[in-house]
Design a protein around this ligand. Structure first.
Ligand code: IPM
Ligand code: MG
Length: 356
């Protein structure tokens, strides 16, 4: 029987609550599909930092490398300096394990979840391939004369040929497989190479990779226009490849197209190596402990993890259960206002997994 070692970082706020539900779904599909796993818990979070002053060390990152995958809930605490723990844990994983792809599917499961008029599930079904280790997230930069009237703040957007090339290649491979759209797809490069001239490295890397995929339609949108098209004609998109920061921004917009922050999932991936899966929402402190956060993003992230591990049937079971639940109309919205408790929603998914 195949067995996996999975690291679990529940994190802060609603993170542990939604992760609990993802683990319930994981347990149910493992039993049905016949694989086993060990869970290794990690305490790193804002909460843990306040108690211990401990952040993620290089040794911990080395230990993570030995896992098959990591499941993360959410990181961020209102009493900790903004970004400190997020950079340590989330960027620690992304940069430390060189998880160069942030794969974010934008899929509408049921009509009533979409805030757009006249858009159906067939219209909203694409993936964003967000470069995940470079760009404005490079952490290269700093301040001069901080907290004075002469302050200067500099942040460097870093784009390497290797980073652009491998992100584009991943996007073209997805389109080639036609996995998400059931046919060879179109790959849209999203950048801002008109105003930010060095972004043309993306354009060149994109067309270089595209040469290897003559059957794939090439497409380009500046990020501002991309936001417009995502609302006006989301059906246009199959695979979007974009920079780290633009990918961060457009996938929150994408989450809304799907029905809410509570449903959007992501995989931080280095093909063939330990990868990390997390809902794209944050720790939502105001909902903590209220048992109202939507666990579907966390559950969908567990499904992405299983797909990555090669447990495709198990992943499919979770997706089908989620789709059935959402199509039933019982879930009004994919957020904290769904009217269904976090654990109750997890139970509903598990019940459908067992029935499927
Ligand atoms: C995301 C988040 C993170 C990001 C934050 C928490 C650092 O917004 O995963 O989209 O900016 O990447
Ligand atoms: Mg984000």
């Amino acid at each position: 029987m195949t067995s996996y070692t999975i690291g679990v970082l529940g994190g802060d706020g609603i993170g542990p609550e939604v992760t609990e539900e993802a683990l319930k779904a994981l347990a149910a599909v493992a039993e049905i599909e016949g694989f086993t796993y060990d869970l290794v818990d990690y305490p790193y979070s804002g909460d843990y930092y306040l108690k211990t002053k401990e952040l993620v060390s290089d040794d911990v990152i080395d230990e993570w490398r030995t896992l098959d995958a990591v499941l993360l809930g959410a990181i961020g605490h209102p009493d900790v300096e903004p970004g400190l723990v997020e950079r340590s844990v989330i960027l620690g994983l992304r940069f430390g394990l060189d998880l160069y792809i942030n794969l974010r599917p934008i899929k509408l499961f049921a009509d009533h979840l979409c805030p757009l008029k006249n858009k159906k599930p067939a219209d909203i079904d694409f993936v964003v391939v967000r470069e995940n280790t470079e760009g404005m997230y490079s952490q290269i930069g700093g301040h001069l004369k901080k907290n004075t009237p002469d302050e200067v703040a500099i942040v460097n957007g870093v784009y390497t040929w290797k980073g652009c090339e491998r992100a584009c290649r991943y996007g073209f491979e997805l389109a080639h497989e036609g996995k998400t759209m059931g046919r060879p797809g179109r790959v849209t490069l999203v950048d801002k190479h008109n105003a930010v001239r060095p972004h043309d490295i993306w354009e060149r890397a994109y067309h270089h990779v595209a040469e290897d995929y003559p059957e794939i339609e090439r497409d380009h949108a500046y990020v501002d226009a991309c936001c417009m098209w995502m609302i006006k004609n989301p059906e246009w998109f199959d695979v979007i490849v974009t920079t780290n920061l633009f990918g961060d921004i457009i996938t929150d917009l994408g989450a809304m197209l799907q029905g809410g922050m509570g449903i959007a999932a992501s995989g931080n991936i280095h093909p063939g190596q330990t990868s990390m899966f997390e809902p794209i929402h944050g720790s939502a402190p105001k909902y903590t402990g209220k048992n109202i956060a939507c666990p579907l993003g966390a559950i969908a992230s567990a499904s992405m993890m299983l797909d990555f591990l090669g447990e495709n049937a198990a992943a499919k079971r979770i997706d089908t259960a989620m789709e059935t639940l959402l199509k039933s109309g019982k879930v009004k919205s994919a957020d904290a206002r769904s009217g269904i408790a976090t654990d109750a929603m997890g139970d509903m998914v598990v019940e459908l997994i067992r029935g499927a």
